[in-house]
Design a binder for this molecule. Structure first.
Ligand code: AMP
Length: 599
């Protein structure tokens, strides 16, 4: 595949008084959504104009034959597909005529409608006409596709000052002011397409080294998977076939997308849709709980395919993962936490998503537009957290079970304000309390991070594996609010840590680490059981069976045996946590013998 290299995105050619001083806008003309951005106030602020920064790339004719673009057009796709066009970007560079109403249009004409709508919005904000634009395209776009994009601009009344590659724009958004040479990987997963590119940036000049991906993979596929799961559930459990009802299907698709988005921040979500049909004159309602873990399993194959493309991009650029200095996340779907985890595992560094991944390419295009106008490159000002914040749980670190595995909830470089939740599970039947430890830091071992707070949460009696949700809220002033919620009862504890971000410097952190290590060494023996994220799965199945049997039989045991059973149960679990499986098995054998004599 031929890659179009952006090797000249500095504004050198405009330095001899030949600057274009009319406004130039930056436009990300996307498959699913498009955005426009521009620089105001000289060179410092980049502003995105439109409803919430995003216009769906959908064009239609309304019932009166008037052109509609964006959300309005998107809303009529189900009821009037013959008058609505989606994903026109896929056809750019072809001669295919796209039917819409009574006529058929070239892809350039349909794209021009989207550009025109964006231009009008920007003109309303800037209060002046806009005639110039920088437009982004995928790195793999051919000359014909680039030419078609230029033509779309001209049809919309825009002089296309420059076409730049999307990964180039994304790297400009992050690195326009950094002069160091860097190799950057851009992982771009939107609604309908996936691209991964590797660029080298030096003195503001960006070169695309490789680019690959999948033209038909994105968030829409994930919505589709949730939708398929919901229709199967509705068919099986509610005895209703909704697949032939386009209006209900459209509602469920919207609910599926909403659930998917919520699961990026919450471990569970309840999908509720009323009146999805009737059975014997009774209205049928849907109420279904989906967990993040189940959703991640649904999309695992798709995510693994994206990682194959990442490997291919490295191979094409003849680079090892260690050669990548920075990873940038682009596209709304990269908010799915599992994506950051996968990249972090492969590259050993936290990917950057602090510039809104939906707007990052448009912001980069606006920075390039600023350069074309002779303005110094503009930085995108952001409030981000320089540290991760999380809690601890029982789990595996470097192949060894520990009660102090660090589980970051809000990761370093997350844009503020931020709020994230995760689920944890009790270890024992009727566990009386759980300890919620709050840490700041990046180490896999919680004890190597800074302990900000320690809270004991009393629980209601319930079986092992009961869910506790930890919820962290961090605002721009560094105030961290923590909640632990017992799912079964709704009981919760809350705490506030003031000035969580500005509290400690790196050297203070290492001093604290030493102190915390000491405190822990002395208090470890009487620490209440931590919650476990791996719950009972941490226990080998044969040992788990015996422990379960022991909890069942314990209440029928004579007093003297009960004490011994409890002691053995605790010793077995400690042995498993310390990876002494032979000891655990031998004690499990003793326990089984005692249980044998109890009815
Ligand atoms: P884009 O084409 O880059 O605008 O990305 C749009 C896609 O991102 C759609 O499929 C959205 O549902 C998806 N998306 C947006 N926000 C989130 C989120 N928080 N978690 C998961 N997917 C998201």
């Amino acid at each position: 595949m031929k890659i179009h290299r952006d090797t000249a995105v500095s504004s050198q050619s405009y330095e001899n008084g030949e600057k274009i001083m009319e406004p130039i806008v930056g436009i990300d003309l996307g498959t699913t959504n498009s955005e426009i951005a521009f620089i105001i106030d000289g060179n410092s602020t980049v502003l995105i104009e439109n409803d919430n920064g995003i216009v769906p790339s959908v064009v239609g004719l309304d019932a009166d034959g008037k052109i509609i673009v964006g959300t309005e057009a998107l809303n009529q796709t189900v009821i009037a597909p013959e008058r609505t066009v989606q994903s026109v970007k896929r056809l750019m560079g072809t001669d295919q005529r796209i039917p819409m109403g009574d006529a058929a249009y070239l892809p350039q004409e349909v794209s021009a409608c989207i550009l025109k709508a964006l231009k009008e919005r920007a003109e309303r904000v800037l209060q002046k006409p806009i005639g110039n634009a920088v437009i982004t395209v995928p790195a793999y776009f051919t000359d014909t596709q680039r030419q078609a994009t230029r033509e779309a601009g001209e049809i919309a009344g825009l002089n296309v000052v420059r076409i730049i590659n999307e990964p180039t724009a994304a790297s400009l958004a992050y690195e326009s002011e950094n002069t160091a040479t860097q190799t950057i990987l851009i992982y771009d997963l939107g609604g309908g397409t996936f691209d991964v590119s590797i660029v080298r940036i030096e003195n503001g000049i960006v070169e695309v080294l490789s680019s690959t991906g999948d033209n038909h993979l994105g968030g829409d596929d994930f919505d589709q998977k949730i939708l398929a799961m919901l229709t199967t559930y509705i068919q099986k459990e509610l005895s209703l076939d909704v697949t032939q009802n386009p209006v209900v299907m459209a509602r469920l698709r919207r609910a599926a997308e909403k659930a998917k988005i919520a699961l990026s921040f919450e471990p569970f979500i309840r999908i509720e849709e009323d009146h999805i049909g009737k059975q014997l004159f009774k209205n049928i309602h849907l109420s279904y709980e989906l967990s993040r873990i189940d959703f991640e399993e649904m999309i695992e194959d798709d995510l693994l395919r994206t990682m194959d493309s990442v490997s291919k991009a490295l191979e094409d650029a003849s680079l090892l993962p260690s050669a990548i200095d920075k990873i940038i996340l682009v596209g709304g779907s990269t908010r799915i936490p599992q994506i950051s985890h996968m990249l972090e595992n492969k590259f050993g560094q936290t990917p950057h998503g602090e510039i809104d991944p939906d707007l990052c390419v448009a912001l980069g295009a606006a920075i390039q537009a600023g350069r074309e106008m002779g303005l110094n490159s503009s930085s995108v000002l952001l409030d981000i957290t320089p540290y991760s914040f999380g809690t601890s749980a029982v789990g595996e670190v470097d192949g060894i079970y520990t009660a102090h595995m660090y589980v970051p909830l809000i990761r370093r470089n997350t844009k503020l304000p931020a709020s994230r939740s995760d689920a944890f599970y009790t270890m024992y039947d009727n566990q009386e309390h759980v300890e919620v430890n709050v840490y700041q830091g990046e180490n896999a071992h919680a004890l190597d991070n800074v302990l900000l707070g320690k809270y004991i949460f009393d629980l209601t009696p319930s079986p092992a594996g009961s869910v506790i949700i930890a919820h962290f809220d961090l605002d721009i002033n560094g105030i961290l609010k923590i909640q632990a919620i017992e799912k079964v009862s709704g009981n919760k504890i809350e705490a506030v840590i003031e000035n969580a971000i500005g509290r400690f410097s790196e050297s203070e952190i290492s001093q604290f680490k030493q102190r915390v290590d000491d405190i822990w060494r002395h208090s470890e023996t009487d620490t209440p059981a931590a919650a476990t994220r791996i719950s009972l799965d941490a226990l080998p199945p044969d040992i788990k069976d015996i422990l379960n049997k022991a909890s069942d039989k314990m209440e029928h045991a004579p007093d003297e045996d009960r004490d011994e059973i409890v002691n053995l149960m605790e010793d077995i679990q400690d042995a498993v946590l310390e990876n002494r499986l032979d000891d655990a098995r031998s004690m499990a054998g003793q326990l089984e013998e005692i249980l044998f004599y109890i009815e």
